[in-house]
Design a protein. Structure first.
Length: 452
């Protein structure tokens, strides 16, 4: 049994303060409140990874204390506005306090990756007390007296996925004797900027993009159920594949495109083949870190933005080009106040029921691809989630595989009223097969069969 002890990490930042939410925080507020109420949600994010050798636990704890001081979002509380006004919520940055950190002693005979993987559900699903607590939790895995692995969790109110990469990267910098690069932008300052005249111009461009995308989209990609849903209506299946990761890199190199655009195009093409439509409308999270001062920021900058991929090209390479254009346009206009966007969506009859989110590319695509010394390992599939509540018909995501850096985890979350469990599995297998072919040659769209 793993022994866990709790340590208190003091922090004292440069300032405290209170102010309105950023647009990204407003976008997550409803979901965060569901999580605080103990309901299933996607309101939490996880990060972490292996630690450099030769460290002491106190060094890791001290480094985390410095990161909490550097990034105000990690010491922020979130609450309704004065008088309990949920429409005007506030964030409060604590200048000083203590952070609880867990240290888990792992038996040296146990597989550390399996142990850390077992922490995932608790770290992911345990609600945060956003009103009176902190939106950040840490667990450090030690073997003997040496810390070897860390997993940390954050409320999505404090950070998005790319923010977790900033925290992990800066943690490694500190542990290896390097200072984090430059200053970090802070949510209180961003919220003020968003309410300025410049912020209003950014918002107007985003609202125009939402109107244009909804006008160009089909009424829905999956307008009517095709079957009786399972008892738990929404299922997630995961395919971990070295084959797909290798083929995705080769396909991107062959056609001169980014790996994310290739994966987006394949997803759109397969949905198009299944539905028979000549456009694929999606919601896609955009990292919103194009500005230099935002790249090292720990906050929830990511927001969903609509895009419509034109499927009228004759080949998959043509769809890749269309996907790249649609993705760039969407990402340029992905920062917005969710309230006026909600009004636009409510006034439209279009339902954006397909989502795409590539979290593999930001982490893995830039790594040097080693020449494989052996054939790829056999791909593995598992069911990972079955829930009753969702707002999508189909959601394709891509993740890194911590215990296998050469693999990609393709994850499909779908409404079983539209895709049976067997078709969810078949859709993921079809992506893998199509990537293998597309890595070697272009593919005509009439070669792509509907998923069965």
């Amino acid at each position: 049994m793993t022994e866990i002890t709790v340590h208190r990490v003091p922090f004292r930042g440069a300032r405290g303060g209170t102010g309105p939410f950023t647009w990204g925080q407003l976008d997550m507020w409803a979901e965060a409140r569901l999580s605080m109420a103990g309901l299933p949600s996607f309101a939490n994010v996880l990060g972490g990874g292996p630690l450099p050798p030769g460290l002491k636990t106190d060094q890791v704890l001290e480094a985390f204390g410095r990161l909490v001081e550097r990034h105000e979002s990690l010491r922020t509380r979130f609450r309704p506005g004065p008088g309990g006004d949920a429409a005007r919520p506030e964030q409060e940055v604590l200048r000083a306090g203590e952070l609880a950190a867990e240290v888990a002693a792992v038996d040296p005979d146990q597989n550390i990756f399996a142990i850390v993987g077992g922490w995932w559900p608790q770290m992911q699903d345990t609600p945060y007390d956003l009103v009176d607590g902190l939106p950040f939790r840490i667990r450090i895995g030690t073997v003997g007296d040496e810390p070897v692995m860390v997993m940390f969790g954050m409320s999505h109110m404090a950070s998005d996925f790319l923010g977790t990469r900033v925290v992990y990267g800066e943690l490694l910098d500190l542990l290896e004797g390097r200072e984090p690069e430059g200053g970090a932008a802070q949510p209180l300052d961003l919220a003020e900027e968003e309410r300025s005249a410049a912020g209003r111009r950014v918002l107007e461009r985003a609202l125009d993009h939402w109107r244009a995308a909804l006008d160009a989209a089909p009424p829905a990609m999956f307008p009517t159920p095709s079957r009786t849903p399972e008892e738990a209506r929404y299922w997630r299946g995961d395919l971990c594949s070295q084959t797909a990761a290798r083929a995705l890199r080769r396909a991107a190199d062959r056609c001169g495109a980014g790996t994310s655009n290739v994966l987006l195009a394949l997803t759109a093409a397969l949905v198009g083949a299944h539905t028979g439509l000549d456009r694929c409308a999606m919601r896609m999270p955009s990292g919103n870190r194009g500005r230099p001062e935002l790249r090292r920021m720990v906050s929830t900058l990511s927001q969903e933005t609509p895009l419509v991929v034109d499927l009228r090209a004759s080949t998959l390479q043509g769809v890749v080009a269309a996907a790249r254009t649609a993705s760039l346009q969407a990402q340029r206009n992905a920062r917005y106040d969710p309230e006026p966007v909600a009004a636009i969506r409510d006034a439209s009859t279009t339902v954006l029921d397909v989502c795409f989110n590539d979290m593999w590319t930001p982490v893995c695509a830039g790594r040097p691809a080693a020449e494989p010394a052996a054939p790829p390992a056999e791909s593995t599939f598992e069911w990972n989630e079955k829930v009753d509540r969702a707002t999508v018909a189909l959601f394709l995501e891509a993740f890194e595989v911590l215990e296998d850096p050469e693999a990609i985890r393709l994850s499909l979350f779908a409404d079983t009223a539209h895709l049976s469990p067997a078709r969810i599995r078949s859709f993921l297998d079809a992506i893998e097969r199509l990537l293998v072919v597309f890595a070697e040659r272009d593919v005509r769209l009439d070669e792509i069969d509907p998923v069965s």
